[in-house]
Design a protein around this ligand. Structure first.
Ligand code: MN
Length: 312
């Protein structure tokens, strides 16, 4: 249960009581001065000076009173090291929540994929046991195996793919990768919400790739609005199993698309952006002409130019 407990001087309790007078509940529990119910939070104040804030908005509501008295200790679960203004309450990681992550942003060939997964509290241990952790620390065959387990556990998820042609169109319109990722994460979460409806995650953690203000600016520029209870966190996969699961699903989606693209191209298209990639691009240009890159690669990467050095 998410809650905050404050210890306040008695005088303060009466101030609070009059503040909440429109929301007071009829029967306060034994020992209580009053209890009230406001949007997303129940407030119960005891004669001892202890005030309990319970419900999804407990932090927001209690901060109205905790700040008034700096000597008051706010009791929440221990904060994570990166907890900041927009980071989630650390209790979110140990309860049901959604998380999202992307793959393919640094790879010349292939799409960008973004996955969003919803993990219930009772599935967290099972996912950890299945080896779910940040996909960057895993090899592709392992990732594939873990992804299969995630599917078996019927974790609700969504996966969106930005194919190369569309990527290149967006890039030529002047979209940064940050804006592309913003719209993909946004879309992935909406898809997940649709799948889960009428249930709703308590919160959504995005593996942070941009400041919240920038993310919101991108949304506004496409007339989209940020959903409720969204949190941005760097290295989120090490705190949130939902983000870790999403990173595995996104990577699996990316690898599958790469296999398809290689098959379609008739040559092996390496991942990443190394010299091997330049050489593969050169081969594609030689066999199919330079226009074909639009459907296989993120053409604005420096690899395109380097590829021409390999053409005799
Ligand atoms: Mn990430």
């Amino acid at each position: 249960m998410s809650q905050t407990v404050l210890k306040l001087p008695t005088g303060q309790l009466y101030k609070m009581q009059s503040y909440y007078k429109a929301s007071l509940k009829g029967n306060p529990p034994p020992g209580a001065v009053f209890s009230a119910k406001v949007n997303g939070c129940s407030v119960t104040a005891y004669k001892s000076g202890k005030v309990l804030f319970q419900g999804p908005n407990h932090e927001q509501e209690s901060s109205k009173w905790g700040a008034a008295n700096p000597s008051v200790k706010k009791k929440t679960n221990k904060p994570s090291p990166t907890e900041s203004q927009h980071a989630p309450p650390s209790s979110l990681y140990t309860s049901s929540h959604a998380g999202s992550d992307e793959a393919g942003t640094g790879d010349y060939f292939g799409p960008i994929t973004v996955a969003c997964a919803y993990v219930r509290e009772d599935q967290i241990a099972g996912l950890k046991a299945a080896g779910v952790r940040d996909s960057k620390s895993l090899k592709d065959p392992q990732i594939e195996q873990i992804a299969r387990k995630i599917v078996q556990m019927e974790i609700p998820y969504s996966l969106v793919t930005l194919h190369n042609e569309k990527y290149n169109q967006w890039q030529k319109k002047g979209w940064s990768q940050g804006k592309m990722k913003t719209m993909l994460h946004h879309h992935a979460y909406n898809k997940l919400l649709q799948k889960m409806s009428p249930n709703q995650p308590e919160g959504w953690v995005i593996d942070q790739f941009a400041e919240r203000s920038i993310y919101e600016k991108h949304l506004r520029s496409e007339k989209a609005t940020l959903q409720d209870n969204v949190y941005f966190l760097k290295k989120a996969e090490s705190y949130s199993i939902a983000v870790a699961a999403a990173s595995i699903i996104a990577r699996t989606g990316f690898v599958r698309q790469m296999d398809k693209l290689s098959e379609h191209a008739g040559i092996y298209l390496p991942k990443g952006a190394s010299q091997k990639v330049d050489q593969a691009a050169a081969k594609l240009i030689e066999t199919k002409g330079s226009d074909c890159l639009e459907q296989y690669a993120k053409v604005h990467f420096a690899n395109t130019e380097k590829a021409y050095k390999w053409i005799k």
